[in-house]
Design a protein around this ligand. Structure first.
Ligand code: PNS
Length: 161
């Protein structure tokens, strides 16, 4: 069975990577769907986000990276994969994730959303927290892979954080 792991990944964190690795052990293929949303301002371009995920997952051989724009259900239909996985870090994630899952199910009844509980080590972690830390020279070691850390330093130097 294949599964889509969708998200903004702006940028990918060790929490995302933990989930990707665990999914790669459970599913035949993990298709990472990176949302290319022109209406939402992201620090990293779609190309940069994909490149960082590619470099951080090169040891995993059943991971594929795609971008999508518009609705997730249309992407799922297009690539003929009716399974989505989302990480749950805390109870606070649940309400939004349920809403997303139910809206997607309403529009595409064959679609299944699976939830994977985050590793407790990363339950506080988000791309926003990482960007905030990097902006004020906080230590992001252990929270993101080294390629993301260097990319964040570069963004900070360019005044783009
Ligand atoms: O990493 P994120 O930002 O929490 O990911 C959210 C994402 C990309 C999964 C979600 O915003 C999404 O699926 N966006 C595409 C538009 C869509 O299909 N929305 C749900 C129906 S209203």
């Amino acid at each position: 069975m294949n599964v889509i792991y969708p998200g903004s990944f702006d940028p990918v964190t060790n929490g995302h990577l933990d989930l990707i690795k665990r999914c790669s052990e459970k599913f035949d293929k993990v298709i990472i769907g990176v949302l290319n949303n022109i209406a939402k301002k992201s620090v990293f371009s779609i190309e940069e986000r994909i490149d960082l995920i590619e470099r951080s997952t090169e040891n995993l051989h059943n991971v594929e990276i795609n971008s999508f724009s518009g609705l997730l259900i249309d992407f799922a239909k297009e690539i003929e994969c009716p399974n989505i996985v989302r990480g749950l870090r805390a109870v606070s994630d649940f309400e939004y994730e349920m809403q997303l899952a139910l809206a997607n199910k309403k529009l595409y009844p064959d679609l299944e959303t699976l939830f994977m509980v985050s590793n407790t080590e990363y339950s506080f972690l988000s791309s926003s927290i990482v960007k905030e830390l990097a902006k004020f020279d906080g230590d992001v070691n252990g929270l993101v892979p080294k390629e993301v850390k260097f990319a964040l330093i570069k963004k900070k130097k360019a005044g783009d954080l």
